[in-house]
Write a new protein. Structure first.
Length: 658
């Protein structure tokens, strides 16, 4: 080793001695590096503060000590969460003379009653950092505790006590803890709590534990159509109630959902689940551990996937369906609405924000709980079991088919019989240059009318069921697994993304034809997003169009006129039919038009009007379009909200009329 390493010279970065070593005390580390504790300082992190305090109240309820929780949002970004549990101890802590236990919990990391398991068998708070982090990152915190018929309070600012704990009154009936806090603008800037997000959080907690009542309040100025000033949540059916509300009136593969729960007293564990398989759905998943959302899933998710997959394979073997052995978890879970909640001792998470559960025992616990119930669910009603197995095997066969067909080469309609195409595609027979069209139609009903209205030589029909996947916010795996998108790619034959070759497109025009209402506009937007992201060159070359079906049919005497929308209808009533008695018929959807009307208004090249969707040629302009699509269709809903807010004033009557 060279002697010059020990010559006593000073490094270029300045002196490095004992004075260079900082020792951060109390809650100072939290304020210096909030991202280590709550994942950042963005809107998600801000709402994580609310979740931390609410989790503590829920732990009291799950432990059987609280039956009611109140969540109140006031002006000034002030949030109060109150429970009627035991109340945080207020006497002097034995290890910190002169400090109350309340002050220790609020100002000391890794302090709390959830380490030994004596105070809580299962809990969402684990590391004793939750409420102290909230305190550290708040400009003002006030905690009130009602214990032994007395009320105590203490206030803090940026983690520092603003005085000793003090008795503030007597109460004969009240008990529990109330935490009021205002997030510090030095940390979070001007970000505000979103009432809708907190409302949804409070509601979801009530679903997760049937024994708790959660009361919601917010200041009148913060209320809206979606967020009332006051509400009470209590759901005796737990996750089953939640799932029924989420699925709503959608038709499902099985009329009866797969729901249930299982307690494991010897392990102090509990598993509750609710699963439905709606038709024509992208599905969604909600995972929880000790009432804490784990959006990235984890070991409890693995246990559920294993139980459902093994159960369906076994049922296939029971019914003599040999191909069932090839079913995978993705075949079972794709399109399903899934909710799973587990309660376990000493759970392990991937990080302090608890996005993913990593406890190995959770997988075994969930699989053991769910598997037996699922076997009974399938076998107790063989028709129900066969219906679900058939639905899952359809997805399996689609997956295997897509695996074999990575690339579809363009072929003319003449030899299309040699080409494997989606079963629901009604193809055209002509191969005339510049005249073939594929109509992507919303729903089977409209698809039936379109098939009768079309020119069989030049017009092909591909019905899609409902709203397709939003590809701008979906993973590549989810896009590949979506059957509606797979059928569309198969029908077009030109590949996607880097493999997209417009020269291989099987049709000259691709026409999006949806209902002339809000839902139709949404579906059209999702389809345009798909083409922009997956086949941009096809759009740039002008192959993509929007059909313009009418919303109204206006009749005065023997004369009939079609109107595109409300503004167009007003124009006709005040113009062509002014002073006449007008009979107005509204088309609820394309399926309500008879084939003749659909042909005349929307499909016949001689009488219809189409809107061509294109992209600008300049790189800067195309980049701006990409940014706009990401903003409006991407994963961050705040971007859409800001876009609408910033541009609401630009919408006026003249623009609507135009």
């Amino acid at each position: 080793m060279s002697d010059d390493l020990f010559d006593g010279s000073t490094a270029s970065g300045g002196d490095y001695d004992s004075s260079s070593i900082e020792v951060l005390e109390g809650l100072e580390p939290v304020r210096r590096r909030p991202g280590m504790y709550i994942g950042g300082t963005d809107e998600r992190a801000l709402h994580h503060l609310a979740a931390e305090v609410l989790d503590n109240a829920m732990d009291e309820a799950v432990a059987g000590h609280a039956s009611r929780i109140e969540v109140q949002l006031e002006e000034g970004n002030c949030l109060t969460i109150t429970d009627n549990g035991r109340g945080i101890p207020v006497d002097e802590h034995p290890k910190f003379p002169g400090k109350s236990t309340l002050e220790v919990i609020l100002t000391t990391l890794h302090s709390g009653g959830k380490f030994s398991g004596k105070a809580y068998a299962t809990s969402g708070g684990l590391h004793g950092v939750g409420v102290s982090v909230v305190n550290a990152l708040s400009s003002h915190t006030r905690v009130e505790v009602a214990r032994n018929k007395e009320v105590f309070a203490q206030e803090f600012s940026k983690g520092q006590p603003q005085g000793k704990i003090a008795k503030v009154g007597d109460t004969p009936n009240r008990r529990g803890t109330s935490v009021t806090f205002v997030p510090d603008t030095e940390i979070f800037g001007d970000r505000q709590f979103k009432p809708a997000r907190l409302f949804k959080l409070a509601r979801s907690k009530a679903y997760l534990f049937a024994g708790v009542e959660i009361r919601w309040k917010c200041a009148p100025v913060l209320a809206s159509d979606d967020v009332p000033e006051e509400a009470v949540f209590q759901f005796p059916g737990g996750l089953a109630d939640h799932l029924r509300e989420q699925v709503g009136s959608r038709e499902c593969v099985t009329a009866e959902f797969f729901t249930g729960n299982q307690d494991f007293p010897e392990q102090q564990g509990r598993v509750e689940w609710a699963v439905a398989w709606p038709l024509w759905s992208d599905g969604s998943t909600s995972w929880y551990c000790n009432t804490v959302p784990t959006p990235d899933g984890g070991t409890h998710e693995q246990g559920l996937r294993a139980a459902l997959t093994k159960g369906l394979r076994a049922f296939g073997d029971l019914t003599g369906t040999k191909k069932a052995k090839d079913i995978t978890a993705d075949d079972v879970m794709t399109g399903a609405e899934v909710m799973l909640s587990v309660f376990i001792r000493d759970p392990q998470f991937q990080s302090q924000t608890k996005d993913r559960l990593t406890s190995p025992e959770a997988a075994r616990l969930v699989e053991n709980a769910v598997r037996d119930h699922f076997d009974h669910y399938l076998a107790d009603n063989m028709e129900r079991g066969k219906a679900l197995l058939g639905n899952v095997m359809e997805r399996m066969e689609e997956r295997l088919k897509r695996k074999q067909e990575r690339e579809i080469k363009r072929k003319t309609a003449t030899n299309a019989k040699k080409l494997r195409l989606p079963g629901k595609l009604t193809d055209c027979s002509g191969d005339g240059e510049g005249e073939t069209e594929l109509f992507i139609v919303e729903g089977d009903s409209a698809g039936g009318s379109a098939k009768q209205a079309r020119n069989r030589k030049t017009q092909a029909i591909l019905p899609i069921r409902g709203k397709i996947l939003n590809v701008a916010s979906a993973t590549a795996d989810k896009i590949r697994a979506n059957s509606e998108i797979a059928d569309l790619v198969l029908a077009l034959g030109c590949g996607t993304r880097k493999d997209c070759d417009p020269e291989q497109l099987r049709y000259d025009r691709v026409v999006i034809m949806t209902d002339a209402d809000v839902d139709g506009a949404h579906i059209a937007t999702l389809l345009m997003t798909f083409f922009f992201q997956e086949m941009p060159e096809l759009v740039r070359r002008g192959h993509l169009y929007l059909a313009q079906p009418p919303l109204y049919r206006l009749t005065a005497g023997k004369e009939s006129v079609y109107a595109q929308d409300d503004a167009h209808r007003e124009k006709i009533e005040n113009g062509v039919f002014k002073g006449k008695k007008v009979d107005v018929g509204r088309f609820k959807g394309l399926g309500e038009m008879n084939p003749g009307q659909l042909r005349e208004t929307t499909m016949d090249p001689a009488t219809r009007s189409l809107i061509r969707i294109t992209l600008p040629d300049q790189h800067e302009q195309r980049f701006a379009v990409k940014e706009l699509v990401d903003q409006l269709m991407g994963r961050n809903p705040e971007h859409r909200f800001n876009f609408i807010q910033n541009r609401a004033g630009e919408i006026d009557r003249e623009m609507i009329d135009a």
